[in-house]
Design a protein around this ligand. Structure first.
Ligand code: SF4
Ligand code: SF4
Length: 412
């Protein structure tokens, strides 16, 4: 078994397969502070890629309400529990040793691969019950209260809270679904890192369903095969005439009315590590400013969907979910640098994938108060460039607004 470097854990770990030579990695950032749980992404995915009988079981994309919601129910707590059973009390982070190759420090606990019984399984996992798969949006909008109403509370954490988590396959660097498959039916594409199931080879053994810690490989009973998000690969390849041959965002990203999503491709080395690319908007948000964090990095698959954490949620809950970088990520989002502020304007402004960005500095337009500290706001211009280096979008930090003339005001 090769040793691979997992930069999210800040250390090497053992993985069954050689990850192979890649060029680009499919990745995305979701801003949980802006999701309204409209499920437009869910339905866009479902209506584009899943068909006919059995479609009702396929939720390649879903949006769940945390902390109680989850699809399948309790998917994350159950996997955390399996790791804990194998390595009681050992799941700790050495956050103090953070550095460029270990941005969150070093994870000293067990991954799903390391918690597995050697020789018997590739990773710890479980098959959800039919009941757990039955209701994709159970506990929608159900809040959790952390303090009795009689006690006072101070922001930033809310006393009663929930938040929405949009989820799809993470197209992991070290996919547990892939290493679990006894038929070698699952593969990771070199050109974009998208993980696919070859439907002709799949025999429906469901080892991928069992060992994907995110439960994003789904069994379809009527075809007796497993299916999952395909990363809208024809769009990523640029085969849609709308973008004139340029890579195009996935359906779930392109339809989002909350404008919470920025999707793209990041350059990776032959060993799957990220190449420093300071002008790539995803590299900026994830590796440079670190305002976006991986979902349950401790599972060890090095997932490629990243989240700007919700500001109002108790930090211990977020640290369990996104790792020890939460405080810095929220601080960086609340008080962004001019470059981060500029990149945040690129969310959902183009269906063409933005490979590079540039900022033209503008005038200072205001000064606002954030957590008791002044924050200067500048009307900078941000430019996005496509794969061919041509400009595809240009926008400003200050959004245009129009005042309705008095004669058009609504009146009773
Ligand atoms: S379309 Fe956007 S806002 Fe609506 S649920 Fe999906 S991620 Fe959230
Ligand atoms: S999220 Fe699950 S299904 Fe997707 S690549 Fe990772 S392990 Fe495989």
């Amino acid at each position: 078994m090769p040793d691979v470097y997992n930069w999210q854990l800040g250390r090497e770990m053992t993985y069954r397969l050689d990850p192979g030579a890649g060029q680009w990695q499919f990745a995305a950032v979701f801003n949980t502070n802006r999701c309204i749980a409209c499920q437009t992404c869910t339905m866009a995915c479902k209506s584009t890629w899943t068909f006919s009988e059995g479609q009702e079981d396929m939720w390649w994309n879903n949006v769940e309400t945390k902390p109680y919601g989850g699809y399948p129910h309790h998917w994350d707590l159950k996997t955390l529990d399996l790791i804990e059973q194998a390595n009681p009390g050992g799941q700790t982070w050495q956050a103090g040793s953070a550095g460029p190759d270990a941005p969150y420090g070093v994870y000293e606990g067990a991954t799903i691969f390391e918690a597995a019984e050697q020789g018997r399984q590739q990773a710890v996992g479980y098959l959800p019950t039919d009941e757990e798969w039955a209701a994709p949006n159970l506990h929608e909008d159900a809040p959790h209260s952390t303090k009795p109403l009689s006690e006072g509370v101070a922001l930033p954490e809310h006393r009663t809270w929930f938040f929405y988590l949009q989820r799809l396959c993470n197209h992991c660097a070290y996919p547990a679904c892939l290493s679990a498959c006894p038929r070698n039916a699952i593969y990771k594409r070199e050109e974009d890192g998208i993980v696919l199931i070859d439907q002709r080879r799949c025999r429906g053994y469901r080892k991928c369903v069992e060992q994907c810690p995110y439960k994003k490989s789904l069994y379809r009973p009527n075809t007796r095969t497993s299916e999952k998000c395909i990363g809208c690969y024809p769009r990523i390849e640029g085969s849609d005439p709308l973008t004139e041959g340029l890579p195009m965002e996935t359906r779930c990203m392109a339809v989002c009315p909350g404008q919470i999503l920025l999707q793209g491709l990041v350059p990776v080395t032959e060993t799957g590590d990220w190449v420093e690319d300071l002008d790539n908007p995803l590299y900026h948000l994830i590796r440079e400013s670190q305002v976006a964090l991986p979902l349950y990095p401790q599972f060890g698959t090095q997932p490629n969907i990243y989240y700007i954490p919700p500001r109002w949620v108790p930090r211990p809950y977020l640290v369990q979910m996104f790792g020890p970088g939460v405080d810095e990520a929220i601080a960086g989002y609340e008080r962004p640098t001019r470059r981060t502020q500029a990149v945040l304007q690129l969310f959902r402004v183009s269906q063409k994938i933005i490979f590079k960005f540039d900022v033209i500095e503008g005038e200072k337009v205001s000064e606002v108060n954030v957590n008791g500290q002044p924050l200067e706001v500048f009307d900078d211009t941000v430019i996005g460039y496509g794969r061919d280096g041509e400009e595809i979008v240009r926008t400003t930090v200050i959004e245009a607004h129009f005042e309705r003339p008095a004669q058009y005001l609504n009146s009773i």
